[in-house]
Design a protein around this ligand. Structure first.
Ligand code: CP
Ligand code: NVA
Length: 321
């Protein structure tokens, strides 16, 4: 693990990822048995939102609570931040009260400023360029469905957005072959893809960007997409619809080019008849609600890993807590 913060996933080593996923599985099992936890007893976590959220807000709130800690959920415009207090002063003050900060922000650079000025771990709950907590849930879902991650082939179809960038790092760490097909003008970050490609050399993974959706999904174990109108670009909806439809919509024809038992993932919220057809997202190959549930388990594991350290997280994963 590089540093104290989880902003892009690239802070993780492959073994950090594998530990967090193992612990996620263990915490999921415990919850199924109705067992609570007290690992974060006496600790508070600030959850700051500059944009709307259903899954991230509720899953983090429940995660902290079920671990015995106290979540403090705030929207940015309720904070003095919304009236011009600096990100740095906000970070310094929050660090005196809470033991970690999760923030969903418009600009990734604000998150970097927040992390730099905080003395406690900062977690990215989505920025304009990364959504790493989502990918932990996606990877746990694939691990559950396929029994492994290494060597899997994942095809992304749609916008080269924050979720796509984070998938590149997740694939690189897990040894997955990840191909993203995006329209011209909507490619993922070249910097992230080059960085992820270099990281992938250590795990046997591969990360590449193409234009043809068929190339991305052919023989894939998983087909994944996201909205083509992310939060903050709503005014581009018409222009984007022209660029994405019909070629970049995941329908049954594209799914049929993937493996027979391929899984469909979507971080949600979804827009049926836009990036995906109802028969795919509501069909038998879709794992989107397991994926959403897994946000909770992976966030618990991430919080333990960042707030208690890898040694404690590892003991917890082995059932020694
Ligand atoms: N997938 C996801 O992050 O959803 P929310 O925007 O509802 O948090
Ligand atoms: N790319 C989407 C993800 C939502 C969870 C957005 O940024 O709005």
């Amino acid at each position: 693990m590089k540093g104290k913060d989880f902003l892009t996933l690239a802070e993780f080593t492959p073994s950090d990822l594998s530990l967090v996923l193992r612990l996620s599985g263990r915490l999921k099992e415990k919850r199924l048995k109705g067992l609570g936890g007290s690992s974060l007893k006496g600790k508070s976590v600030a959850l700051v939102f500059e944009k709307p959220s259903t899954r991230t807000r509720v899953s983090f709130q429940v995660a902290v609570t079920e671990l015995g800690g106290s979540p403090v959920s705030l929207s940015a415009n309720e904070l003095q931040l919304g009236r011009g207090e600096t990100v740095e002063d906000t970070a310094r003050v929050l660090s005196r009260y809470v033991h970690a900060v999760m923030a969903r922000v418009n600009r990734h650079t604000d998150l970097e400023r927040l992390a730099k000025a905080s003395s406690v771990p900062v977690i990215n709950g989505l920025s304009d360029s990364h959504h790493p907590v989502q990918i932990l849930a996606d990877l746990l879902t694939m691990q559950e469905r396929k029994g492994k991650l290494k060597g899997l082939k994942v095809g992304w179809v749609g916008d080269g957005d924050n979720v796509c960038n984070s998938w590149a790092y997740g694939a690189a760490l897990a040894g997955i072959k990840f191909t993203a097909a995006t329209p011209i003008g909507y490619e993922p970050s070249r910097e992230v893809f080059e960085h992820a490609s270099r990281m992938a050399r250590a795990t046997g993974g591969r990360v590449e960007a193409v234009a043809d959706p068929k190339e991305a999904v052919r023989g894939a174990d998983c087909v994944v997409t996201d909205t083509f109108v992310s939060m903050g670009v709503e005014q581009e909806k018409e222009r984007r619809a022209k660029a994405f439809l019909p070629r970049y919509q995941v329908g049954k024809e594209l799914m049929a080019m993937a493996k027979k038992d391929a899984v469909f993932l979507h971080c949600l919220p979804a827009h049926r008849e836009e990036e995906v057809t109802p028969e795919v997202i509501d069909g038998p190959q879709s794992a989107v609600f397991d994926e959403a549930e897994n946000r909770l388990h992976t966030e618990k594991a991430l919080l333990c890993f960042l707030m208690l350290g890898s040694r404690k997280a590892s003991a917890m994963a082995r059932g020694l807590n």
